[in-house]
Design a protein around this ligand. Structure first.
Ligand code: ATP
Ligand code: MG
Length: 248
């Protein structure tokens, strides 16, 4: 998550899912953004969904009914614009932050990793993700003022913990995205974040590359689109780091 838009959350969800699958992990990717970018990026047409994460959140549809396989080998709980209604509809509901968590209890241990792609907002939809998660991964773009807004999301994590909504929630990692090797700025930002969160930052930074920005328009992961690119290499390295960090 990151309430800031366009920082590489979806790109990371899709490509981390695919690279974990390449490591023989069983992965479910949950698209929890009404933009449906993770859905499209996984090669699933968001305009043709029978059931989606909206039905799981709003009507407590058994999650398995909304899950579809993808060509990359991970399963997907897709989303589209329907999900935008959840933000308002959930307001009236009991346990409104915990609907996803409740639904996912039915999944049991079908998966090694469940990765949830959040929208660029800290509303009820994102709260459902944070209430269901063991760890929050934050994508941060390598740019001036990258750390701005981070305090806000970390505060939400604390609130969810102290309110008992998700006492075990922890920041699992901070990923620097769109690292530009040609600029000093990227290096400076990476150094700054490393200083502030030495334990949380991933050593792997995702480079800014055209190939990564092109692949979603083909509904392909970077491994399908250009397996030998720097972006593919970076997401392979990230998967390795993630597996080591979470011992899975
Ligand atoms: P939103 O907040 O709207 O959900 P997001 O945080 O999910 O956005 P992405 O959709 O992953 O961000 O990325 C934003 C844009 O930047 C997309 O067009 C994507 O293709 C592009 N992009 C993401 N990562 C990279 C990268 N490493 N190099 C170049 N382009 C990238
Ligand atoms: Mg996104």
């Amino acid at each position: 998550a990151n309430q800031k838009g366009g920082v590489g959350k979806t790109t990371t969800c899709v490509n981390l899912s695919a690279s974990l699958v390449a490591n023989k992990r069983r992965v479910l990717l949950i698209d929890l953004d009404p933009q449906g970018n993770a859905t499209m990026g996984s090669g699933v047409d968001k305009s043709e969904l029978q059931l989606s994460s909206y039905d799981v959140l709003a009507s407590l549809l058994p999650p398995r009914k909304a899950i579809v396989p993808t060509s990359s080998g991970y399963d997907l709980m897709p989303a589209n614009i329907d999900l935008s209604a959840a933000e308002v509809e959930l307001l009236e509901m009991d346990g409104r932050e915990s609907r996803l968590r409740l639904a996912l209890e039915q999944i049991g241990d079908d998966y090694d990793y469940i990765i949830i792609d959040c929208p660029p907002a800290l509303g009820l939809t994102s709260m459902n993700a944070l209430a269901a998660a063991d760890y929050l991964l934050i994508a941060l773009q390598c740019e001036y003022l990258a750390l701005e807004g981070l305090g806000q999301i970390l505060k939400v994590v604390d609130q969810l913990k102290t309110a008992g909504v998700n006492p075990n929630l922890d920041v699992g990692g901070i990923l620097m995205t769109m690292f530009d090797v040609r600029t000093n700025l990227s290096r400076q930002v990476m150094n700054e974040v490393t200083k502030v969160f030495p334990e949380k930052i991933f050593k792997t930074a995702i480079p800014r590359t055209v190939r990564l920005s092109e692949s979603p328009s083909f509904g392909q992961t970077i491994f399908e689109y250009d397996n030998l690119s720097a972006g593919a290499e970076a997401y392979r390295a990230l998967a390795k780091e993630v597996r080591k960090r979470f011992s899975l």
